[in-house]
Write a protein of this length. Structure first.
Length: 235
């Protein structure tokens, strides 16, 4: 598909969105990689294809488990067609283990298993660095309503159970990850992506990073790490 034939809508750090038709969007996954709120930037051939392949696989799997997503149809190496949604301006973060900013914020040891899956929210705003936001603050500034934010948490926990069971069978720890949701015809559905860019994975035996921490912490080649992960999952 020739992207120049489509109306350009939006460009983020890792994706470009084009209008496919009145109700659908074409999502193109770029080879760009960023970290630390854009302080680190690179372009790595093949990275977009891996993230697209990963997202398509898990959107399909979650659909089979009763989680409605924006995925419609696969297109090519770097693109798929999705329902056009109004993105809810909250990132939903699910944590099973302590890592990254959580450790810095609370002074806990990396790798500590949490007593229960923790759902947090951050404000979806690149200019502010996507800051953490409490449920009450989100309601107070009218980002959303209580029914919606409770539904987001409920869906996140359902998704977490499905993904945790899947990755445990592959001897992979799902440490934490980010979800985004959108509204289509009044219904809230899972949107954006599920990829090694938005998830933190560790090998269950070695605790080796299998995600973007390899890039953040200069621990190896990002595309090689992502490629190894997809092979391990049989994608």
């Amino acid at each position: 598909m020739n992207l120049s034939d489509l109306k350009f809508m939006y460009e983020g750090k890792a994706k470009k969105l084009y209008e496919y038709d009145e109700d659908k969007t074409l999502i193109y996954y770029k080879d760009d990689v960023t970290a630390n709120n854009g302080e680190m930037k690179d372009n790595m051939k093949g990275k977009g294809n891996i993230n697209k392949k990963f997202s398509v696989y898990f959107f399909k799997m979650l659909e089979e488990k009763g989680i409605e997503t924006h995925f419609v149809e696969d297109v090519d190496e770097n693109s798929f067609i999705a329902e056009k949604v109004d993105i809810i301006p909250l990132e939903v973060i699910v944590r099973n283990y302590a890592a990254g900013s959580f450790c810095r914020r609370y002074g806990v040891e990396k790798g500590m298993k949490l007593e229960f899956p923790l759902v947090e929210f951050s404000l979806k705003d690149d200019t502010l660095g996507d800051p953490m936001i409490s449920k009450d603050a989100a309601l107070a500034i009218k980002l959303t309503d209580e029914k919606t934010i409770n539904y987001l948490k409920d869906q996140a926990l359902k998704i977490n159970k499905i993904l945790n069971n899947y990755f445990l069978e592959k001897n992979i720890i799902l440490v934490d990850y980010k979800l985004e949701f959108g509204i289509k015809n009044g219904k809230i559905i899972l949107a954006d992506e599920i990829s090694p860019d938005t998830c933190r994975f560790w090998d269950s035996k070695t605790k080796e990073s299998l995600d973007k921490d390899v890039y953040r912490e200069s621990k190896g080649n990002l595309v090689d790490t992502y490629s190894s992960l997809t092979r391990r999952l049989g994608l």
